[in-house]
Structures are given as C-alpha cells and as structure tokens.
Design a protein around this ligand. Structure first.
Ligand code: GLA
Ligand code: ZN
Length: 686
C-alpha cells in the first residue's frame, strides 16, 4: 500500500506540536520512542499558521517538525491543513462561509466551516496543497497524505445552488427529463428554467419531524444529497490532484467520520478516489460491540476488502459526550485489536499529546497534561506499541474472506429516511445492524458490499430494506439467484427507482418475480406495538408453531409461488405470509416481511448458513468476538473477549500459536476479561 515503505502496523496519531514550545518537542520524541510510535499525523488544522495572509506562506515550524520526526524514526502522515479556513479569509472573502439549511450564513468560527463551492476556498485550498507538495516532495519522513479532515456538512449558499443547477444539467440534459424524474406535476412544481431550481432546504422543501430534517420533494432532496457528496468530494480531488501532479506516487487519503457511517457522504463513491481508506472510530462502552465491528467491516468493504487505516481513535476518555468515561484498563488494547481483526493496518490516536486549551483539552491523549510517561494511559499505550512492534509485518496487508455479504447503500439510506410515510421508526442503519448482528452473534464472517460489488463470490447475500432498486440491480440479483445464490431481502423493498419514483404494478416492484410474492399493503405499527411471526413449518431451530415478535412494518404478502414458512400471529392479517422462500433457477430468494426480534434473525441466518455450508469461525460464548484475516497461506483468527470476566473457549484439537503470548494452544482455554488472542494456523481450504 505504501510503495513498500510500511513494514509494520502503523502506530501513532495526530500530533500538534504547533501548540507547544520547542522544548516540549524534544520530550515528545523521547516519549514517542518509549511508546513505539512510528507515525504522526501533522498539520491538520494549521492553515492560519501556515498562511498568515493572502500572499505569505510560512512553513518553518513544519520543516522543523518533519526533520525532528524523521530523525526520531517516526514517519509522517501529512495533513494539508484545509479543514478550517483562516479568519482573515472569512473577513476578506465571505464566500468561504457556509450557509445553513435555514439560510443563516455562518460567521468565522469552529472548523469544517468552508463552503465546498466557494471559489476562494477552492483556490486557496488547492494552492496550499501545491505549496506543501512542492516543499516536501522529497522529504523522506512522509509516508502518506491526509487531505483536509473529516469532510462533511451540507451548504446551501448561492454558489452551491448554482453548482447544483450545473450538476443537474450535466445529469439530466433537459428540464423535461428532470421534471419527469422528480415528478414535478405534483404540487405544481414544473420547472421551465434552470434558474427556478433552488437548493432544497428549510427555506424551501425541507421541514422537521422529531428534530430530523426531511423533505416534501424526495427527488430534488435526493439529488441534493448526491450533489453535496460529489461537490465535497471534488474539493478532496482538487487537493489530491494538486499533490499527485507534483508527487505522482503519493499515497493520498482523508479520514472518514462517525465511525464510518456518516450519512451525508457516500463513502463507497468516495472510496474510489482514495488510495487507502482512513477511519476515525470513537466507540464508547455504551455501544454494542457489534455496532463497532459492523462499521469496521464496512470500511474494509469500501475498497473490496483492502485493509484500511484506523486514523483516529481515543486512548482514553472523549470530551464530546454528555459524560466522558475513562476507558477501563485493557479496553484500548481490546478495541485496537478489534479494528485490526476486521482489516485495519494501523492504530492511530487523536491525539498524541493532550492540548492545554480550548475545546479538546479534556480529550484523552497518549501523553496527558502531567506531561510524562508515568500514567496509566501512557503505560497501556506503550505496552500496545511494543506488542504491535513485535508483530512486525505478520498481519500487514492480510485480507478477510467471507461467504456472506450484506448490501449497504447510501442512496437507499437517504431515500428511506427522506420518505414521508410509512413510519419514522424505520431507520436503515438499525435494520442493517439487525442482520449484521444475526451473523456476528454466531461468529460468521460478513462483508459489507455496495451495489457495484460483484455477487458471485458470495453464497448468501442479504439486502435489508432494499427500498430503492437502482437501474440494473434487479437483473443482477436475478442472475445471482438463477445461478445458485441465496438472497434475502425484507419488508419495504423493491418500492422505488433511483429517483424515488414508485415502480407501478405491485410491490416489491422489480423484485416481484424473483421473490415470488405480491405485497398488497404495508402496516406501520405504533412504536410500542408488535405483531408476531408464527412458524408454519420447521426451519432448523425455528420450530413449527413457535412465535416471535416483529415490529415497525408488516407487509401484507400474497404468495405468487413462494413457499410460506411463517405467518402473522395477530391483527386482521393474521395468517398471511410473514416469511417466504422462492426457489428460483438454482437458487433461493427469501422475504422477511417485518422486522423480527433478534433471536429470530439469528436462527434464520444460522439455518441458511448451515444449509449452504457456511461455518462459524469458532463457537464461542456471548460477547467473545471472532474474526479472521488471511495472508500467504496463513490464517489469523482473532478472539476477543468483550466481557468483564474471563471466558472459557473451546478451540478444538488442532494446535495453534497465539501470536500475542507466543504460546501454542488447543482444547479448552480461558481468555481473560478484555483478553485477546491471535491464533495462527495454516489457511483452511473450504
Ligand atoms: C474528530 C476530529 C479530530 C478530533 C476528534 C476528537 O475525529 O477529526 O480532529 O477533534 O474528533 O474526538
Ligand atoms: Zn455553499
């Protein structure tokens, strides 16, 4: 990934020496060495320092920083500093300031504050990237480039509005096509001139339900979501191209936010423009373990299984939650290996030294305000650093093999949650998570894939709430099932095309033949209400007659050839199909007509895997997470005990080596609370 330069798991993180006097820098180098730090991300928020006015650039502090890090054996992840514009720029060129959905133009302040269409922002961001690339093109410390920081936020200014019109003109060519796509005869929205189109915002189409912004016109809002993701991506590309024009083999990335499920940016689309994926992950102890794992798997999925970089994580407490608990002893190590287990090739922190002032002075860091190495957090970081160092290059570049894929689609996510009706309780991420959990709880490896991904390598493909069926996707699924694949989808699927226009002729639209069903109506349950799925036949551990709760939506299904395996237990649609299986070609297409309780999905997915021959990686107690990576004929099985007590695990007869303890293990073993093992064996061929 790094032109052969990174032979180890990268370990380090954000380093802000510009906040500190020179004598502290020397001390930092000593502490970095003690902790096994081999990478530092610098220059993330120093635009104002680097460019005191329009024509002056001053990088002396950065020259010194890079030289010092290099002399200390620390590689550099080079920020471009464009994630917070300087105050002088905002005063002189107000077009850099973002406009909120309600039309309020922001004043200078905070960060991540620039309009992505601002000519000023684009001009100076590009120039900054050029300046940096020119100055440091031969600097031996630089391993990779980190453009901007946690891109995001939508802007609704006039420049964005005009850029939106241009984007639409590119996409649709004529207003007739646009009017057709957006269904503008509804509420008299027909457009006769491109200038009539305004950004959909709280000033135009948007309003709030339960504090969440939604829309009266799905077509325009969906396109604005696509446009803003693209427009911000353009800003990234502008800097990336500027760097690559000067350093053709530069490795360029940016860091993805919100643990990888940041709604406004279509990270699958972004991934194509990044050399390596960078993730900022801030799990907390109140999040289910599987929540974090799913997002790590998604990051691995963004580039078809390529390892990614954990670019930010916190070694101890956060500062932006209502209450910011300390990470308990051993938890940072455990969660770091959780990332590595699922495909990360780095553990990087925000940040290496805790700031003394402003917003993040209470954000955990490797070096605390005490300023020395004699702290619990530093000791734990140093132990982990030493351990990762001992692992050398063993795991670097290792990949993961999965036979199960879960479809994840940003556009579908936007469309579901912009839809007015059927229920505000339907949250795309939750439904995807439910299916993910069904596999996670049984240690069955899963890939998260996009609508562009090849399906043929998977034996089981699950598409939770496939509301939006993009052009060509139904026939892709058809081919997959025809040729022997097993496909599972759910309620509220096959409803619209990519413009959020209903496919007429009965739900689930283009998927109707494949699934062998017709959904006549869909009932939204009150938040507190449930219906039941009653098994009409036995299916593995789902015994005939057994009953499971279901929530949110209940599709009223008629079979058109599909076998009915469960039916509703109550209400006027009692007895109608709630789980169906359609044999199609040499494969099967399943439909889960409501949102069932976790145990039902666990049993159903377990059964499907069993029939197809997909094995759990290891049978282990609850909250003992298992994931595997492969490299050069070796398999590395990560076993992570997320319980606060030890757990007994049955490893089987074969002797395996735990890379962390160096011990050979087999049979029954006890894994400590927060304990981790990485078991090496010859790769299984199945
Ligand atoms: C984000 C940012 C960092 C820092 C951390 C704190 O991930 O990228 O600059 O603010 O949050 O958690
Ligand atoms: Zn704007």
């Amino acid at each position: 990934m790094f032109n052969g330069k990174a032979a180890k798991i990268l370990y380090g993180g954000d380093y802000n020496p510009e906040q500190w006097p020179r004598e502290v820098w020397q001390e930092d180098m000593r502490l970095f060495q003690l902790a096994g730090v081999n990478i530092a991300t610098v220059n993330v928020f120093s635009w104002a320092l680097n460019q005191p006015d329009e024509n002056t650039y001053s990088f002396e502090w950065l020259d010194e920083t890079l030289d010092l890090l290099h002399a200390s054996g620390v590689q550099v992840c080079m920020g471009t500093s464009t994630a917070a514009h300087p105050a002088w720029m905002a005063t002189k060129y107000p077009d850099v300031l973002l406009v909120e959905s309600d039309g309020r133009k922001r004043k200078f302040g905070r960060r991540h504050n620039s309009c992505p269409s601002s000519p000023t922002y684009r001009k100076y961001a590009k120039r900054m990237a050029q300046q940096l690339a020119e100055r440091y093109k031969d600097h031996p410390a630089i391993l990779l480039w980190h453009v901007n920081n946690e891109y995001g936020l939508r802007c609704y200014c006039e420049n964005c509005e005009q850029a939106f019109r241009d984007w639409l003109q590119q996409k649709y060519g004529t207003l007739d096509k646009l009017n057709e796509a957006w269904y503008t005869r509804f509420w008299g929205h027909t457009f006769y001139d491109w200038k009539e189109i305004v950004a959909p915002s709280a000033q135009s189409e948007h309003f709030q339900i339960n504090g969440v912004e939604t829309t009266c016109f799905q077509g325009i809002s969906l396109d604005y979501a696509r446009f803003t993701s693209d427009q911000i991506l353009d800003c990234y590309k502008l800097e990336r191209d500027a760097i690559k024009a000067i350093i053709p083999d530069a490795v360029v990335t940016t860091n993805f936010q919100s643990n990888g499920t940041y709604k406004p940016l279509d990270y699958f689309k972004w991934a194509k423009e990044l050399d390596v994926i960078g993730l900022d992950a801030y799990p907390t102890s109140d999040m289910p373990v599987s929540y974090t794992s799913m997002r790590h798997d998604l990051m691995r999925g963004l580039k078809d299984g390529d390892p990614y970089l954990l670019m930010e994580s916190c070694p101890s407490q956060l500062n932006w939650k209502p209450q910011n608990a300390l990470k308990r002893p051993g938890v940072n190590r455990l969660w770091s290996y959780q990332a590595i287990a699922r495909g990360a090739d780095s553990i990087m922190y925000f940040q290496l030294r805790r700031s003394l002032g402003a917003f993040e002075k209470f954000h955990g860091a490797m070096i605390d305000h005490a300023g020395h190495e004699h702290t619990r957090v530093f000791r734990e970081c140093a132990e982990l650093g030493a351990e990762l160092d001992r692992l050398g290059d063993t795991l670097v570049g290792a990949r993961t093999e999965a036979k199960v894929a879960i479809l994840f689609d940003w556009e579908n996510w936007w469309a579901i949650e912009y839809s007015s009706g059927l229920t505000v309780d339907l949250k795309y991420l939750n439904e995807v998570q439910h299916y993910y959990d069904a596999f996670f709880s049984q240690n069955i490896q899963v890939d998260l894939i996009s609508t562009d991904s090849e399906l043929s390598g998977y034996d089981l493909v699950v598409a939770p709430v496939l509301y939006m069926v993009k052009e060509g996707y139904a026939s892709k699924l058809d081919d997959y099932v025809q040729s022997g694949g097993t496909f599972v989808t759910t309620f509220f699927s096959g409803i619209v095309n990519e413009n959020d226009r209903v496919t007429p002729g009965g739900y689930p639209g283009e998927l109707r033949k494949l699934l062998g069903i017709w959904v006549e109506e869909s009932d939204a349950l009150l938040t507190s209400k449930t219906n039941q799925l009653k098994m009409s036949a036995s299916l593995g551990s789902l015994e005939q007659g057994s009953v499971y709760d279901c929530r949110i939506l209940c599709d009223l299904v008629h079979s058109e050839g599909a076998e009915v395996l469960a039916e509703y237990g109550s209400d006027f649609y009692k007895g109608m199909p709630a789980l169906t299986k359609n044999s199609y070609g040499t494969g099967e297409a399943w439909y889960v007509a409501s949102s069932p309780e976790p145990i039902f999905l666990q049993k159903l997915m377990g059964r499907l895997c069993e029939r197809i021959g997909i094995q759990p990686l290891l049978k282990a107690p609850d909250l003992v997470e298992v994931s595997s990576r492969q490299k050069e004929g070796k398999r590395f099985l990560f076993v992570l005990n997320h319980n606060e007590e030890p757990r007994t695990i049955e490893l089987g007869d074969a002797m395996q080596t735990d890379l962390l303890s160096g011990k050979d293990v087999s049979g029954k073993i006890e894994l400590a609370a927060n304990g981790v093992m990485i078991l090496e064996s010859e790769q299984r061929r199945d």
